[in-house]
Design a protein around this ligand. Structure first.
Ligand SMILES: [Zn+2]
Ligand SMILES: [Zn+2]
Length: 139
């Protein structure tokens, strides 16, 4: 009899352990579900299964891992080409009026071998280009 009891408790513990692992993988209280399953046996495991099926929301991990960075913009003076990254209404260099129409995306010069590319639109640009001729991005 004692041997059978040990076996039952052993199997019980394995079920509780499996529930705990699964629960914590899903971001739930593994300990709580393990105790519930261990105390109530199969009933706890069934309750757990129903709760998970009803309430589990599959998390889109890819979307969560890669938040889209808002593309930076600067205002470029049409008169003297100086850059203002805090949306100024007047050029700090020459006093020319700046507006939303002077806003340009901020890009980087990407380098592949001897060529340079605009990080914003991926078109090829000159080696020393300060702006992208295709999309107007400022480097
Ligand atoms: Zn200016
Ligand atoms: Zn570009």
């Amino acid at each position: 009899m004692a041997g059978e009891l040990v076996l039952v408790v052993f199997v019980w513990a394995i079920v509780a352990f499996a529930v705990a692992i699964d629960a914590s993988r899903r971001g739930r209280h593994g300990g709580f579900w393990a105790v519930l399953t261990f105390v109530t046996g199969l009933f706890g495991a069934i309750v757990y299964g129903v709760v998970v099926l009803v309430t589990d929301d599959p998390v889109d991990e890819e979307a969560a891992a890669e938040p889209k960075p808002e593309s930076e913009r600067v205002r470029v003076c049409p008169t003297c080409s100086s850059k203002h990254d805090d949306a100024q209404n007047y050029c700090g260099e020459c006093g020319a009026e700046l507006g939303p129409e002077d806003e340009r995306p901020v890009g980087r010069r990407l380098r592949t071998g001897s060529r340079r590319y605009c990080s914003n639109c991926k078109s090829e640009i000159g080696r020393e280009a300060g702006t992208c001729p295709s999309c107007g991005a400022v480097f």
